[in-house]
Structures are given as structure tokens and as C-alpha cells.
Design a binder for this molecule. Structure first.
Ligand SMILES: NC(=O)c1ccc[n+]([C@@H]2O[C@H](COP(=O)([O-])OP(=O)(O)OC[C@H]3O[C@@H](n4cnc5c(N)ncnc54)[C@H](O)[C@@H]3O)[C@@H](O)[C@H]2O)c1
Length: 269
């Protein structure tokens, strides 16, 4: 599949699946803009001749608009938008609390005990807000900025990263599954509204993918999660990038509004 002559914008481009997607799109011939909150994104993408790394916090709508304005000025078009930026915890303290909780669940299981998590009443307004602002609002901001550019082309493909956690009942701080389920709402509404303009919108809902985000969990807990999947391994980010390219390209021309779950069979939709 070739993406020669096309322009793509990928968020979360500095790490994991976003980075693998930038590399795959670039290898297929696309010119790629990679956005990441981490300023190191420019260095991370420096070896790719047709890629530009931009330090942008996607929860800042003005910064998102400025990045798309730059794409418009420099390229005059946008063919593919991939929303891979996301967080499972809003800050280090929340991440440590999540890991502690996972350890308690896991230790209880190993000891043949039950452990009843208590998460809801301890989620602060600030933490809920921050995760929503990144995972949901950020996805909305980039879609809103991409639509006029894609409409002008009469074509475009948008791929949003949700999560298997949005499709299952899992015990974890509610901001993550809530934000990722809302991304599916954006995806479906976008698919319905934008199809007449030649724009397709689909979502991926991954399970265990071997990225820095996944490896933030304890190794033992990560192995436990992998063990729940019929295919008992974590996928490599490059495997997911291949799916993004499939959804972005002409082979998926009749697919829109879909959620594909690369989760080793954990979620069967
Ligand atoms: N790894 C998994 O197992 C898994 C499973 C299900 C869903 N996901 C989702 O897949 C997507 C990619 O995850 P990954 O595992 O590659 O994670 P990752 O942490 O390796 O990469 C995510 C990137 O997003 C960037 N980012 C975070 N907040 C940002 C912001 N406000 N603005 C711009 N960039 C920001 C980070 O700096 C990072 O470079 C995420 O949306 C994640 O929620 C991951």
C-alpha cells in the first residue's frame, strides 16, 4: 500500500503506537506531522526526512489549531488523522495509586481471596477533568481542525484510539474507560456526519500492546493481563500501526464508524 503524495497527522507521535504509526506511514511514502506533549518528539522523528515533530498538548485547542494551520500552509492538504495520544492516569500519584490497587487485586487472587476495589469516591475533579481533556477533548479538537481540510480534498480517513477497557466492564479509575467510550461516540457521530464528504472515521480498541504505557504496570500484573487474552502475548506497536494503515488506506474504503479491537481475542466484537 502506498501513501505517496499524502499528508498525515499523528498525535502521541513520540512513543508507542503513535510513533510506530508515524514510521509506518512515512515508510509508505506519506509526509507526516507528529504531535506530542513531549518536546522530545522533534528529536525522536529527526531521522525521518518527511516527518516533522511538533510539541503540542492536544488538550489545548489553540495549540492544536495552530498545528493544523501549519499543515495547511505547508502542505495545503490533510489525508489522514490518527489520534493515538492518550493517558491512563492524569499524573504520577494517580498512576502509583492505580498500580497499588492492581497489586492488591492480584495478590488477593493469588491468595484465593476476594478484593473489593474502592475507586469511585476517591477520584478528584481535577484528575477526572485532566484525563477527559486529553483523551476525549483532545480527540475532538484534532477532528474539528482536520474536517475542513479533508472536506476540501473530498476525502480523508480518521483513526481514533479507544481501548478494550471501553468495551468491557473493568475495574479501574472510571475516567479512563469513560473517556475511551466517549471516543467511540465521537467516532460514530463523525462517521455518520462526514461520510457524504468522503471522510471515514474508525476506531481501534486495543488490548495489551507492548508500549511504555502498558509497561507502566508491574511486570507481574502485565503478564496477568496478557494471560487473560486468548492470544497470550502483548502485540508489538508495529502490528497495530499496520492496522492503522489498513484503515487509512483504500482497502478500507467501505469501512466507517467501526471499532476494531486488536486485543488478542480479549474483546470479540
Ligand atoms: N498500550 C496499550 O496496551 C493500550 C491499550 C489500549 C489503549 N491504548 C491507547 O492507545 C493509545 C496509544 O498508547 P501507547 O500505549 O502507544 O502509549 P504511549 O504512552 O507509549 O504513547 C502515548 C503518547 O501520547 C503522548 N501524550 C500524552 N498526553 C498528551 C497530550 N496531552 N498531548 C499530546 N500528546 C500526549 C505521550 O507523551 C506519549 O508519547 C493511547 O490513547 C492509549 O490510551 C493503549
Amino acid at each position: 500500500m502506498t501513501f505517496e503524495g499524502t499528508v498525515a497527522l499523528v498525535t502521541g507521535a513520540g512513543s508507542g503506537m503513535g510513533l510506530a504509526t508515524v514510521r509506518a506511514l512515512h515508510a509508505a511514502g506519506a509526509t507526516v506531522y507528529g504531535l506530542d506533549i513531549s518536546p522530545s518528539v522533534a528529536d525522536v522523528l529527526a531521522d525521518l526526512d518527511r516527518a516533522t515533530g511538533l510539541a503540542v498538548d492536544i488538550s489545548d485547542s489553540a495549540a492544536v489549531d495552530a498545528a493544523f494551520a501549519r499543515v495547511e500552509v505547508e502542505q495545503g492538504r490533510l489525508d489522514v488523522l490518527v489520534n493515538a495520544a492518550g493517558v491512563n492516569a492524569p499524573n504520577r500519584a494517580a498512576l502509583e495509586a492505580l498500580n497499588d490497587e492492581n497489586r492488591k487485586i492480584f495478590d488477593a487472587m493469588k491468595a484465593g481471596r476476594k478484593h473489593d476495589s474502592e475507586l469511585f469516591e476517591f477520584i478528584s475533579d481535577e484528575d477526572f477533568d485532566r484525563v477527559m481533556r486529553i483523551n476525549l477533548y483532545g480527540t475532538f479538537y484534532t477532528m474539528r481542525a482536520a474536517v475542513p481540510l479533508m472536506k476540501r480534498n473530498g476525502a480523508g480517513s480518521i483513526i481514533n484510539f479507544s481501548s478494550a477497557a471501553a468495551l468491557m466492564g473493568v475495574t479501574m479509575p472510571a475516567y479512563y474507560p469513560a473517556s475511551k467510550a466517549a471516543v467511540l461516540g465521537l467516532t460514530r457521530e463523525g462517521a455518520a456526519e462526514l461520510a457524504p464528504f468522503g471522510i471515514r472515521v474508525n476506531a481501534l480498541a486495543p488490548g495489551a500492546i507492548d508500549t511504555p504505557l502498558f509497561r507502566q504496570s508491574d511486570d507481574e500484573f502485565a503478564e496477568f493481563l496478557i494471560g487473560m487474552q486468548p492470544i497470550r502475548r502483548a502485540a508489538q506497536p508495529e502490528e497495530i500501526a499496520e492496522m492503522v494503515l489498513f484503515l487509512a488506506g483504500p482497502s478500507a474504503s467501505y469501512l466507517t464508524g467501526q471499532t476494531i479491537s486488536p486485543s488478542g481475542g480479549l474483546v470479540m466484537v
